[in-house]
Design a binder for this molecule. Sequence first.
Ligand code: SF4
Ligand code: SF4
Length: 408
Amino acid sequence: MFPTLRALFRLRRPRWDWVQVEVTTRCDAACVYCPRTACGGGWRDADMPMALFRRVLSACRGARRLHLQGWGEPLLHPRYPDMLAEAVAAGYVVGLTTNGVHLDADMAGVLVAAGVDMVALSLAGIGARNDAVRRGAPTARVLDALDALREAKARAGSLLPRVHLAYMLLRQDADGPEALPALLRGRGVETVVVSTLDHVSTPELADAAYAHADADELAALGRRLEMACTVAGAEGIRMVWRLPRPAHPSAHPSAHPSVHVATRPDGRHRHTVSPPDHSFTSDFSRRPDHPFTPGHEPPELWDVPGDMLHALAAREGDASCTENVGRAAVITVDGMVAPCVFAALPLCGGRPREGSRAVAAGRMLFGSVEDSPLAEVWRRPAYAAFRAAHARGMPPPPCEGCIKLRVH
Ligand code: SF4
Ligand code: SF4
């Protein structure tokens, strides 16, 4: 590579569309599909210390948005109002997702006064269906929270925060999306984001996910959502969704993705990856030496010059995963940097943090913002190689089986 180009790659300052910051791993709800619930006593409850949060604010220069929520209910953090105010004062566009339980009139006023850009509230069905699944976060509380936000915005004469509804569509939910427009009428929701269950944390939940749905079922679901979207549009509500691609039919389910290499007319090779026929599991402990624990690099990319690696990793977005791993990152409650929330589950069973060395099994962490700015962690060879692998459409082994590889 020419020296000038090399210098350019070195100087290029990373930019992120967003950084998700896990301010707490505590929650007082117990949604049946949440890994926190599935984990039981193995979950590590923690609040991010304010000093670390301030470190995050300075470490994330180059990020446009901060989403202040990870695995846990962010409004439970005792310093959350201060966090919001300091993040906005630092120039970030700030958003959050909440279960709504603690979003009363006072908290709605705090969110409006802080200048938060977007608040998303979660539902997984409507009425009793949601209440059975999202235990401790009933539909009625979500509706109260929506009303509190609408009233606080009206009092302040503010258009912010924009309000989203994050709707988890479970396979047993026969009519939720269709009923949403009437339920939300006049409640100030701008956008409904429909997603399907992607993290199947217990075998009992397998039937609730669309991971194994065939093409006909997914097409029928798509038609349902199209119709609900039209009705929602008439109410002034935007509805968006992403569905998994149909699972590949196979008489013998494979535990590993298969890679197909086709030779193109110009003689170059094209790689395609077929996803494995199982749902994502966070249990990487089966492969304690997997190459993406900090300090290791994926063998196939070891010989690629560092600058070229960064050029590969710097491609806009990524070709294989919906989590925008090429332009976004997650910071855990203890300051560690992960590519996505699924690789950042705060499970116990290991030391939560130990410098830059590998931590609890199941996590995919590339460094700590306590030690270095995010840009420096981002440039580390193992992280760059991880993103390069995604950018090439060849997700690395820790991503095997993740349904986010086939959601579109
Ligand atoms: S509200 Fe969120 S963090 Fe709490 S149990 Fe439900 S999904 Fe998990
Ligand atoms: S494919 Fe990998 S990076 Fe993307 S969401 Fe899944 S585990 Fe995370």
